[in-house]
Design a protein around this ligand. Structure first.
Ligand code: GUN
Length: 290
C-alpha cells in the first residue's frame, strides 16, 4: 500500500514558516500585498480565489480581490492590471485563469509587471525558469517539488513522466524535474503507447484534467504518483486524474485529491508573494524556492 503524501499537512508547515517571515517583514514596516483578479463566475475559479484570499489572511498577507463580470472588456482588464502594477501596497498580482471567452490570456499576462508576477506566467519569468535563473516559480510545479523534497523522494537519475503539457503545469513541471536531474518525458493526447511510457516512470505526474485517467496498469510497482487533477467522477464526487484506490495498491507514494497538490499550490503563492515583497524592498531572500 502506498504512503499517502499529505499535501494539506506539508502546506500547513510551509504556511507557518511564511507567517513567521511575514511577521519579521512587518517589523521592518513592510506588509506583503497580493491582488487577486477574477473575471466571470466560473464556480471552480471562485472557490480557488476564495481559498487564496483566506490563506493570505491567515499568513498575515494583505490581499485585495477584484471580481469583474464576464462582460469585462480587454482594455478594462489592462487598465486594472496597470493600476496594480503601480500600486505600492501590492507586491503580487494574480489573474485567475482561465479567462472568459473573448479575453486574450496571453496579452493580459504580458501586461503584468514581471516583478509582481507571482504566478510566473509572464514570458520573461517563463524564460528565466527555462535557464534556471528565476525569481518566482509557477505555484503548482513548485509545490510538487517542495512536496517531493520534504518527503525525501529523490528526483536525480529517476525516470519522470509528466502527463499533460499545459503552460501552467506540464511544461514548467518538466523543466523543474529536469533542473533536479530527473530524466523527463512529457506525454500528451498524441503520445503513442501512453500506458507503456507511464509504466516506465519512477515519478509520474498526472495533469490531464480527466477523472481517473491514470489506471493501475499504467503505474510501475513502487512508483511515486502525483495527482494534479481536480475532476468530478461519474457521481459528481471530487476526484483526481488518478484512479486512487487501485493505483495506491501499486505505487510506493501517492498524493490524494483533495488535500494533495492543491494546498501546496496555495502555499507557494504565499511564498512567491513574500518573495516579491522582499525583492521590491531590496531585502535579500534567504530561501531559494527550488
Ligand atoms: N488556474 C489554475 N491554476 C492557476 C494558477 O496557479 N494561477 C492562476 N492565475 N490561474 C490558475
Amino acid at each position: 500500500m502506498a504512503k499517502l503524501i499529505n499535501g494539506q499537512a506539508i502546506s500547513a508547515e510551509i504556511k507557518a514558516e511564511i507567517a513567521l517571515e511575514v511577521q519579521e517583514l512587518k517589523q521592518k514596516g513592510i506588509i506583503p500585498g497580493l491582488a487577486v483578479v477574477l473575471v466571470g463566475s466560473d464556480p471552480a475559479s471562485q472557490t480557488y480565489v476564495n481559498l487564496k484570499e483566506k490563506a493570505c489572511a491567515a499568513a498575515g498577507i494583505y490581499s485585495e480581490k477584484y471580481a469583474l463580470p464576464s462582460t469585462t472588456h480587454q482594455d478594462e482588464l489592462f487598465d486594472l492590471v496597470n493600476r496594480l502594477n503601480h500600486k505600492k501596497e501590492i507586491h503580487g498580482i494574480l489573474v485567475q485563469m482561465p479567462l472568459p471567452d473573448g479575453l486574450d490570456e496571453e496579452s493580459v499576462i504580458e501586461t503584468i509587471d514581471p516583478w509582481k508576477d507571482v504566478d510566473a506566467f509572464h514570458p520573461s519569468n517563463v524564460g528565466r525558469i527555462m535557464i534556471g535563473n528565476y525569481r518566482f516559480l509557477p505555484c503548482t510545479p513548485a509545490g510538487i517539488m517542495e512536496m517531493l523534497r520534504r518527503e525525501k523522494i529523490a528526483v536525480a537519475g529517476k525516470n519522470c513522466v509528466v502527463v499533460g503539457r499545459s503552460n501552467i503545469v506540464g511544461k514548467p513541471m518538466a523543466m523543474l524535474l529536469m533542473h533536479a536531474n530527473g530524466t523527463v518525458t512529457v506525454c500528451h493526447s498524441k503520445t503513442k503507447d501512453l500506458a507503456d511510457v507511464c509504466r516506465r516512470a519512477d515519478i509520474l505526474v498526472a495533469s490531464v484534467g480527466r477523472p481517473k485517467f491514470i489506471t493501475a496498469d499504467m503505474v510501475k510497482p513502487g512508483a511515486c504518483v502525483i495527482d494534479v487533477g481536480m475532476d468530478r467522477d461519474e457521481n459528481g464526487k471530487l476526484c483526481g486524474d488518478v484512479d486512487f484506490e487501485p493505483v495506491s495498491k501499486v505505487a510506493s507514494a501517492i498524493t490524494p485529491v483533495p488535500r494533495g497538490v492543491g494546498p501546496m499550490t496555495i502555499a507557494m503563492l504565499l511564498r512567491n508573494t513574500l518573495t516579491a515583497a522582499k525583492i521590491q524592498n531590496a531585502i535579500p531572500n534567504r530561501k531559494k524556492v527550488c
